[in-house]
Design a protein around this ligand. Structure first.
Ligand SMILES: Nc1nc2c(ncn2[C@@H]2O[C@H](COP(=O)(O)OP(=O)(O)OP(=O)(O)O)[C@@H](O)[C@H]2O)c(=O)[nH]1
Ligand SMILES: [Mg+2]
Ligand SMILES: [Zn+2]
Length: 326
């Protein structure tokens, strides 16, 4: 890499006068004095980054190449980080991610689309009506969460329009926590579930993600869509992901644009079973290469059900997950 794209202050950190006679040409500049920030939102190549308590606008430094920077990333940032009007800092590195939530547009799409970094809770927002719930979609987002090692929370909205009973019954055997909301409802359960976490809200367009974010965070002012327009044309109201701090600094909520599909071509069966702690223990007795599917010969999960050690409903739910992850 050449130094030509870098500016003088890039060197200030390491290039102490007298230490070297010629500038290095091969070594990377030492950015150990760079500040650390968190990506809040991205808009047309501009990265809004929280650095301590300052909101700094930054661009990606050229040496990052095509490396992706996504919302939730912790980044190293240099240059003018005052955050003052008109200033532009540079992102020179991305810290290792603890988690990455990703999807592909469809199951044959080889391109992963990372959505959010470092979230530890995946809130699957699903309307009970308008648009109607699709368990296939919930399952697929669940699988993506299991794959990424992010704890899921199912959030059922619009309980004023339809009863949550059927969905509660469907997800109980999976052991997924569920909260139910409607306009003006008591949000204590939701706040408790979000407290201390970095939660990413994911779901179909028009399910009420931004409505809920606004109810939880005074001043969030996320635009709310007209549901008929949204469902009719599949257009999202929210167009980019944004991280918002909960009142009192008690965690982060990341609102994302609605998704129409949730491709899973990147997901591995091993990682799904690893997410089902109780099942992976039984699966150790499976024949090598067992798919654990309904047709899998001598799958030890079937034996566990026969012995009464595993609930058939739980096994069926797991099989539904691996089928949607295929
Ligand atoms: N009846 C009812 N309507 C709701 C509820 N929550 C949200 N809505 C309506 O649903 C529509 C869509 O809400 P949004 O919050 O914009 O949905 P979103 O999930 O953020 O949508 P995208 O940004 O497009 O992904 C709006 O008209 C809201 O007023 C609810 O609990 N009950
Ligand atoms: Mg929205
Ligand atoms: Zn098996």
């Amino acid at each position: 890499m050449s130094h030509s794209g870098l500016e003088a202050d890039d060197y200030a950190a390491y290039d102490r006068p007298g230490k070297r006679t010629r500038p290095r040409t091969k070594d990377r500049p030492d950015y150990s004095t760079a500040e650390i920030g968190m990506i809040i939102t991205i808009d047309r190549g501009r990265y809004r980054t929280l650095v301590h308590d300052r909101e700094v606008t930054a661009t990606k430094a050229r040496q990052l190449g095509r490396a992706g920077v996504i919302v939730g990333d912790r980044v190293r940032i240099v240059g003018d980080t005052t955050g003052e009007e008109g200033t532009l800092a540079r992102i020179v590195g991305v810290e290792e991610r603890r988690t990455v939530l990703r999807r592909t547009a469809d199951d044959d799409d080889p391109f992963e689309r990372p959505i959010v970094a470092n979230a530890d809770q995946l809130v699957i927002v699903t309307a009970l009506a308008d648009p109607p719930p699709r368990t296939g979609m919930i399952d697929r987002i669940l699988v993506a969460g299991f794959d990424a090692g992010i704890t899921p929370l199912l959030c059922l909205t619009k309980a004023d329009l339809a009863s949550p009973e059927e969905l509660l019954a469907a997800y109980e055997p999976l052991g997924v926590a569920v909260v139910v909301v409607s306009p003006g409802s008591d949000l204590t359960d939701v706040r408790v579930a979000l407290s201390g976490h970095r939660s990413v809200f994911v779901g179909h367009s028009g399910v009420g993600k931004s409505t809920l974010v606004n109810a939880l965070i005074p001043g969030a002012r996320r635009a709310i869509g007209d549901v008929n327009q949204v469902t009719g044309r599949g257009r999202q109201t929210s167009t980019s992901a944004i991280a918002l701090l909960l009142p009192g600094g008690d965690g982060w909520v990341i609102d994302t644009p609605g998704v129409r599909s949730f491709g899973l071509s990147h997901v591995s069966r091993e990682r799904i079973i690893a997410a089902f702690g109780d099942l992976s223990e039984f699966a150790q007795d499976c024949p090598r290469g067992c798919t654990h599917g309904l047709e899998a010969p001598e799958c030890a999960l079937d034996d566990a059900v026969e012995r009464g050690e595993l609930s058939p409903v739980r096994l069926a739910s797991f099989r539904r997950m691996i089928t949607s992850g295929q």
